[in-house]
Design a protein around this ligand. Sequence first.
Ligand code: ATP
Ligand code: MG
Length: 598
Amino acid sequence: MRRVTTAPRSPAPAASGNFLRQAIGHDIAAATYSSRRWGGSPGDARHHAGGPPDWAPIRTRFPPEPNGYLHIGHAKSISVNFGLARDYGGACHLRLDDTNPEKEGLEYVESIQETVRWLGFDWEQHGIRHLYQASDSFDFMYRAAEYLIEAGLAYVDEQSAEQLRINRGDFGRPGVDSPFRDRSPAVNLHRFREMRDGKLAEGAAILRARIDMASPNINLRDPALYRIKYARHHNTGDRWCIYPMYTFAHPIEDALENITHSIATLEFEDQRPFYDWLLSHLAQGGLINTPAPRQYEFARLKLTHVVTSKRKLRQLVNEGHVDGWDDPRMPTIVGLRRRGYTPGALLLFAERVGVSKADSWIDYAVLEGALRDDLEPVAARAMAVLDPVRLVITNWDQVMGTGHLERCSAPVHPRVPERGERSFSFGRDLWVERADYAESPGPGFFRLFPGNLVRLKFGYVVRCTGAVRTSSGELAEIHAEVLPETRSGTPGAAAVKVKGTITWVGAADCLQAEVRLYGHLFKVAEPGAGEESFLGEINPASVQRVTACVERTLGHAQADERFQFERLGYFVADRKDHQPGEGKLVFNRITTLKESFT
Ligand code: ATP
Ligand code: MG
C-alpha cells in the first residue's frame, strides 16, 4: 500500500481541482439540475414541485450515523461536503443517518452538531436549517417499499438467515432464487403489512428488492430493504418494528433532500448500481424529484498510528485503554480538540490530503505539519522547562548585587511586534533542561558543558563552570558565571559570540505546571493491518506527565489557549483540567517543533 508522507503545501485551486469538482463543474455547465424545484424541506416529488426553482446549484450532505463521536476521517468528509457547497454557492445538509435504532443516542447527536460548528461550518443556508434526520422519512420509505412491492420489484422473503446466506452465492457462484421470490404483489403486500404490524417475529422475514440473483455484483442479488426489529428508536419511539436497511434508506434520503452529488467512500462503489436502480424506479413511479442524485466515491482517510473506525474507538473507550472519547490521544475530533488541534489545522490537513480514488495511509506527520503551519503565525511564545535542573549563576550576587533580579523581555510573537512584549526575571537561580548539560559533550553539542559560553535566550551569556552531582551520580545543579554586559537587547549583546542558545526560566518568578507529553496511541504505523489485533499494538507509553517550570506569563493562560513553547513545540492549556485561577496549570503537548537544536 502506498504511504503518503508529504502533501502539497497549498490546496489545488477550486476551479480545476479533483474529480468531484470536475463532476460538479460539468453538471453546472450542462445545467443537469437546474430544472429542479425545492419545497423548502425534504419531501417527495409533489412536495418539491410546489416549491420555487432550487436556488442551490449543488446540494451535498454529511450523513453521520449518530452512534459514536466523529473522528478525523469525518473531518475530511465534512471538509469535502461543506467545502464544496461553500465553494459552489450551494447547500450542505447535516443529516443524522439514524435508521438503525439500537446503537444510536442523543449524546452523539449533540456532539456531531457541535463538531460541525466547531469546524466552522453551518447547516443553515438561505434561512433554512438543513438539519435532517433519516428517521423523519420512515413514512416515505415505507411508502416507497409498498410501491416497489406493487410494481413487482420487491418481495417478502421468509427463508431462514442461514438459507438466505447460502442462496446468496458468492463471488464465484451465482445466487439461487428464493422459493418466495415469485409470490404475487398482493400476497407480498399483505405479508409486508403483517411485518409492519408486529405479527412476525424478528428474523422471520425480510423485504428484498427483486433484481437479479445471478448478478456478478452481489449487492444486486435481491438486496434486503427492510428487516424486523423490536427496538425503540430515539426519534420515533415504538412506532415502528420494521426498519429500512441503510442501503435502501440512504439513496431515498438523498432524493428527498434534493441532493445533487452524494459523496461516499470507496466501499460504497459496489452499491452504486443499486443506488441508481432504486432511484430510477422511484422516479419512474413519480415518487421522487428528478433528475435523481448521483453517488461519487473517494478513498477513506486512513491516518497512521491511529484507528478510524467508530467500532474500534468505542472499544478503546469501553475497555479503558484511553480516558474517554476526548482523551487527547484519540483521533476523535473531541480528542484532537482537547489535544490542542485547531479547526484551521484540521481543514488545512483535509485540503492537503485531497480527495482521491486510491486507498492510502496518510502519515500522521502530515497532520502535525498542518498544525504547525496553522499555529506558527499566531501562537504566543513562552519559555518552559520540561525536565528542570537548577542552574546557579555563582558570580551573580557579586557582579549584579545580592538578590538582584534583572527584568528581561521577549516578544509575544517574533514577527508581530504589535502584540507587545512579555517579561520575566533573570537572577542567581534559574531552571534549564537537564538534557542541555553534558560533562563531556559529543561533536555538535554547543550547550552547557564546562568552559563553554552559552546564551540564555532573551537573557545573558554565561560560561559554564561545572556541575554538582548527587552521591548516585545524578545531576543536582549546574554552575555558570554570567558575562554582565551581554543581556539581549543591550549594546553589548552582540560582542560575545556563542554557538549555543538555550531556553530557561527564572526560579524567582516561574510557575509550576503539569505538562502532558503525548506520543502515538499505537506503536505501529498501520494498527490492525497485520496479523495482530489493533489492541495488541497499543503503545503502552503514549503519555508522560511531567512537572515543568514555566514562564510566569503562562499563569494567565486560558483553557484552550495555544502557545509555542520555544524550542519545545506547541502546547495547549487543557480544556478540562487547567485552572489558572486556582494556580493549577495543565498543558498538553500538541506536537513538537520540526527544528532540532544542537
Ligand atoms: P465508521 O466505520 O467509523 O462507523 P462510517 O463511515 O460508518 O464510519 P458514518 O457516521 O456512517 O461513519 O460516516 C459519516 C460520513 O463520514 C460518511 O459519508 C462517511 O463516508 C464519512 N466517513 C467516515 N469515515 C471516513 C473516513 N475515514 N474518511 C473519509 N470519510 C469518512
Ligand atoms: Mg457507519
